[in-house]
Design a protein around this ligand. Structure first.
Ligand SMILES: Nc1ncnc2c1ncn2[C@@H]1O[C@H](COP(=O)(O)OP(=O)(O)OP(=O)(O)O)[C@@H](O)[C@H]1O
Ligand SMILES: [Mg+2]
Length: 145
């Protein structure tokens, strides 16, 4: 489908870049005039995915995280977050609520559930030792002004 506008950027897996990612996504989406709630949902979902890339994907090393944000027809927002970290051996299990491989770090295993509930669609692709790609989509409501 036709891409109306797009940004792509790459950042190293530093925890400070969780907020960088939120800010860049928010700023790009301003043109679509999302509601406060829509923007807050998207920011939270982006945070969860970027945090996962940092704390799980690049657990024992540093690497790059690639973020793509697109504005599609019918006010659809497309967000892709990609890492080249350790990958996920069992995606179905990883996406179950409360499943975590880092309980000692007080992770609650709810990141994917949050992404799923705040966005319309969530797709996760992953290969062990190659990395993980999370694609999220959300249709913004049509509103006057
Ligand atoms: N980018 C990634 N690379 C490697 N493993 C990942 C990645 N994202 C998620 N995982 C795996 O999937 C599990 C579930 O992720 P999820 O975000 O739902 O929970 P969590 O990160 O463990 O806890 P929380 O998000 O609540 O702090 C993680 O514990 C981890 O094993
Ligand atoms: Mg998480």
């Amino acid at each position: 489908m036709e891409i109306l506008n797009e940004i792509k950027f790459v950042m190293p897996s530093l925890s400070v870049n969780e907020s960088t990612a939120r800010a860049v996504v928010s700023s790009f989406l301003t043109q679509a005039d999302p509601t406060v709630e829509e923007l807050s949902d998207i920011r939270t979902a982006v945070s969860e995915a970027v945090t996962n890339a940092i704390v799980h994907g690049y657990r024992h090393k540093k690497g790059n995280i690639e973020l793509t944000v697109r504005l599609m027809p019918k006010r659809e927002v497309y967000i892709k977050i990609r890492d080249k970290g350790c990958g996920i051996p069992d995606i179905k299990k990883a996406m179950e609520p409360l499943f975590t491989t880092a309980p000692e770090e007080e992770r609650s295993g709810l990141g994917f559930s949050v992404m799923e509930s705040f966005m319309d669609k969530l797709t996760v692709k992953s290969h062990v030792e190659q990395g993980t790609t999370v694609i999220m989509r959300k249709r913004l409501a049509v509103h006057g002004n």
